[in-house]
Write a protein that binds this ligand. Structure first.
Ligand SMILES: O=P(O)(O)OC[C@H]1O[C@H](O[C@H]2O[C@H](CO)[C@@H](O)[C@H](O)[C@H]2O)[C@H](O)[C@@H](O)[C@@H]1O
Length: 365
């Protein structure tokens, strides 16, 4: 079916079951009937075929679900979820025990992990207390920020030159110029930009998206250098389908780009096999820990895109993924933290533990 209006249902509503087979590439929150009551059951799509309409619907549903509002009936679900994904604060001693004889390496997502989610992406500042916690962490452990934002923008928020930065979902990686000698005398800037050839295409698509979406109040297109974010957060929900259609009308001309979703955001990015998981592996290798048992990576993130990194850790059987979430989500992470404040507590505990164990070692000498 092409070039005609397609009526498609919410996958949970029971309409049009032929379209239920599409599932997002990454896991989402546990399906809970009745949870999406504000969502219209049917959406009307113009000028796109049914398969495409199903894909857009799935992306939008998945996007809604990644920023859910907690209802009292969900408290029970949360309790049972926590049993499988206990708080990293409660499991702190287990994490420390697992790190015996190993170098802890810390990976931190930015939005929703170090800074709270806010309406205006340009105002997602981290607190100075959080900055001190990250600074302390980097003093004792190699520490990387892994973000969907472009590297320069996330650096402007974090403002710590001693960190590794992987911007654009890991497609732009840089090590601190004066890197610390963790393992192999790494004092050079490591640079990895696997999507370089896409830069002109991304710029072109950015301009088209700005033009196409300018009539939709609240829509915002963010240029993250190797990828783009189209923000839905300040758009009236009844216009989300229209916005998604506009995005699709641009990206369908670029088969080498793909669409993924995050927290009230659609991301346009190159279809290359590179993601936050690959960035984590690249950074471990750069630090001299490829195929090594002497390392314990800890990755903390809140977003769908962080699942790629959680999965790498799970597949390697190494380290811990920690999901920042207040509601139950299907995840490859081992542990959870509820919000950025808890992330800060966790980082401070890591720092305190390391400081006191170094002190004890010094006193024994
Ligand atoms: O990988 P991250 O560091 O988590 O970046 C993912 C996206 O984060 C930002 O958007 C999200 O946070 C905004 C500010 O709180 C919020 O307004 C938006 O709704 C969220 O999706 C950032 O603006 C995007 O470019 C990143 O891709």
């Amino acid at each position: 079916m092409t070039n005609q209006n397609v009526i498609i249902s919410d996958p949970r509503s029971g309409f049009d079951s032929s379209l239920l087979s599409f599932s997002p590439a990454v896991p989402g929150p546990l399906p809970q009937p009745g949870r999406f009551i504000a969502v219209p059951a049917m959406k009307s799509f113009k000028n796109i075929d049914s398969a495409e309409a199903a894909r857009i619907t799935a992306l939008l549903d998945s996007m809604r679900a990644s920023s859910p509002t907690r209802r009292s009936s969900e408290t029970e679900n949360l309790k049972s979820w926590i049993v499988c994904h206990p708080s990293a604060l409660d499991m702190f001693d287990e994490i420390i025990n697992a790190s015996k004889g190993k170098q802890i390496v810390v990976f931190l997502d930015y939005d929703g992990t170090l800074s709270p989610i806010v309406d205006d992406p340009d105002k997602a500042f981290m607190t100075s207390e959080m900055r001190e916690a990250v600074r302390g962490t980097a003093k004792y452990f190699p520490t990387a920020i892994v973000s969907g934002r472009c590297r320069a923008k996330v650096f402007n928020f974090v403002k710590l030159s001693e960190l590794y930065y992987a911007g654009s979902h890991g497609m732009d990686i840089k090590a601190p110029v004066k890197g610390r000698n963790y393992r192999k005398g790494n004092n050079q800037t490591v640079l990895c930009q696997p999507a370089r050839e896409f830069l002109p295409m991304i710029d072109e698509v950015y301009k088209s998206l700005v033009e196409k979406t300018k009539s939709i109040p609240g829509a915002k297109v963010e240029n993250n250098k190797f990828c783009l974010s189209v923000h839905f957060r300040r758009v009236e929900e009844k216009r989300w389908t229209e916005l998604a259609e506009q995005v699709k009308s641009v990206t369908k001309e670029y088969p080498r780009l793909r669409l993924t979703q995050g927290r009230k955001v659609l991301e346009v990015r190159p279809s290359i096999k590179w993601d936050k998981g690959k960035a984590l592996e690249f950074l471990l290798e750069s630090l001299g820990y490829a195929n090594s048992n002497d390392v314990l990576p800890i990755y903390i993130g809140d977003d769908r895109t962080d699942e790629d990194a959680f999965k790498v850790l799970r597949d390697r059987g190494q380290g811990f993924g920690i999901l920042v979430s207040k509601s139950p989500k299907e995840t490859n992470a081992s542990y959870s933290l509820q919000e950025p404040l808890e992330v800060m507590y966790f980082l401070n505990r890591l720092v305190e533990w390391k400081r006191s164990s170094l002190q004890q070692r010094y006193q024994r000498k």
